[in-house]
Design a protein around this ligand. Structure first.
Ligand code: EPU
Length: 336
C-alpha cells in the first residue's frame, strides 16, 4: 500500500482543473483498500473518493487523502440463461462495454464511450441513447469507509433515478464502490429508439455494431477530453411539470420534450442553452462547446471558480429566457 504526498490531480480530472491532493492512493485489492482507509481513520485524514475524474469539479487544494480504487478484476459467469459480468471498480467503463459487446453480449452497448471508471458508473446512474446503467445492474459491492466492512446492495437498494442514486444521497461519503455485477444477455435486444441511432446501423445487428455506431455519434458531437478538456454534459436535463411544458410548447412548438412518469416532462438543457444563443460562446478559459451546448469546455489556464462563474452566467441566461434553473451534473468536490 503506497500513499503519495502532494499529488497534482490536474491530469486525473477530464476538465483539467488544477488540483493538488495532500495525499493520494490507488489501492488495487480489497485488502490494500481496507488498510488505506484504516490508516486515514487513525490519522484523522478526510477521505475524498475519485474515479476516472470525468464527472467531478475539483478544488485547487484537497487536504487529507484522495483514494482512487484501482481494482481491476473482470470475469463472466452464467446465470439462469443470462451472463453475469463481474467487474472491479477500477476498470474503464468503455473498456468493459467494448469487451462485452465483442463477446456478443447485449445490455450496455448503448453506453459506449462514456468516460470514467466502472466504480463511478452507479453513482450518477450513467445513461445515454435510451439506456441507463440501472437497466442491467444486478448488484454493487461496497466497502464502508469507517469500518472496512464489505457489503452488497441489489439494484433496488441503489434507488436509481435520472443521474441519481443512493451513492449521491444517503451513502455519499460513507462507502467506496468496489465491484459491480451486470446482467447481460446473448439474446438480441437492441434498443435503437433514440435519435438517429437506428438509421446509422446497416448490415448485421450485433452489440459491437451498436457500440460502434454510438461511438461514431458521440465523436461527432462530444469533444474528446484528451483533446479539449470537458466533463460531458455540464447540466442535468431539467424536469418541469407537464403544465409548464405545455405552456412553453405554445411559445416554442419545436422544443424537444420527453414526458416522464408522475406528471413531469424532461426538457433538453442543451436546446435551452442553444436557444439563448450561447453555443460556441467563450468566457476566458471556459466556453460552450460548438457542437453540443450542454458541454462546457476548458481551454486551459482556468480553475473551478472561473468555471462556476461561466456556468452561473449560462444558468442565469436560461432562467431569464425560460424561467428554468439549470443544475450542474458533475459532483462538486469540496475542500474540507
Ligand atoms: N440540442 C440542441 N442544441 C444543442 C444540444 C442539444 O438543440 O446544442 C437538442 C438536440 O437536437 C436534441 C435534444 O436537444 O433534440 C437532446 O440532445 P441530445 O440528444 O444531444 O442529448 P442531451 O439531452 O443533450 C443527454 C445526456 C448525454 C447523452 C445524450 C444521449 C444528460 C444531462 N445528457 O444529452 O449524456 O450522451 O443524452 O443519450 O442527460 C453526459 O451525461 O455526460 C452525457 C453526455
Amino acid at each position: 500500500m503506497t500513499i503519495f504526498s502532494n499529488v497534482d490531480l490536474s491530469a486525473a480530472n477530464t476538465l483539467r482543473l488544477p488540483c493538488q491532493a495532500e495525499r493520494f492512493a490507488a489501492p488495487t485489492t480489497l485488502t490494500a483498500l481496507r488498510q488505506t482507509l484504516a490508516q486515514a481513520c487513525r490519522k484523522g485524514w478526510p477521505v475524498t473518493l475519485l474515479g476516472g475524474g470525468s464527472n467531478v469539479l475539483l478544488p485547487e487544494k484537497l487536504p487529507g487523502l484522495v483514494v482512487r480504487p484501482a481494482l481491476q478484476q473482470f470475469w463472466l459467469s452464467q446465470h439462469q440463461g443470462d451472463v453475469l459480468a463481474h467487474v472491479g471498480a477500477g476498470v474503464s467503463w468503455h473498456t468493459l462495454v467494448m469487451t462485452t459487446a465483442a463477446r456478443g453480449l447485449w445490455g450496455i452497448e448503448n453506453l459506449a464511450l462514456i468516460p470514467g471508471s466502472c466504480g463511478a458508473a452507479p453513482v450518477q446512474n450513467i445513461g445515454a441513447y435510451g439506456v441507463e446503467l440501472a437497466d442491467t445492474l444486478q448488484a454493487v459491492q461496497v466497502m464502508e469507509l469507517a469500518t472496512g466492512r464489505v457489503d452488497w446492495l441489489n439494484a433496488q437498494q441503489c434507488t436509481f433515478g435520472y443521474r441519481d442514486s443512493i451513492f449521491k444521497g444517503e451513502l455519499a461519503g460513507s462507502v467506496v464502490i468496489t465491484r459491480l455485477v451486470l446482467r447481460l444477455s446473448r439474446t438480441p435486444a437492441p434498443r435503437l429508439g433514440y435519435g438517429d441511432l437506428a438509421a446509422r446501423l446497416v448490415g448485421s445487428l450485433t452489440p459491437l455494431a451498436v457500440a460502434e455506431a454510438v461511438c461514431a455519434i458521440r465523436r461527432e458531437k462530444l469533444p474528446d477530453p484528451q483533446v479539449l478538456a470537458n466533463a460531458g454534459s455540464f447540466f442535468k436535463n431539467p424536469l418541469v411539470t407537464d403544465a409548464q411544458a405545455v405552456e412553453l410548447l405554445h411559445q416554442y412548438p419545436a422544443m424537444p420534450h420527453f414526458p416522464q412518469q408522475g406528471g413531469q416532462t424532461k426538457l433538453a438543457a442543451g436546446w435551452l442553452i442553444d436557444q439563448c444563443g450561447l453555443k460556441g460562446m467563450r468566457d476566458g478559459a471556459f466556453g460552450v462547446h460548438q457542437h453540443q451546448a450542454l458541454v462546457l469546455v476548458h481551454f486551459g489556464g482556468g480553475d473551478r471558480q472561473g468555471l462556476m462563474k461561466t456556468a452561473s452566467y449560462i444558468a442565469d441566461q436560461v432562467e431569464a429566457h425560460f424561467g428554468i434553473r439549470l443544475e450542474p451534473e458533475p459532483r462538486l468536490v469540496n475542500p474540507y
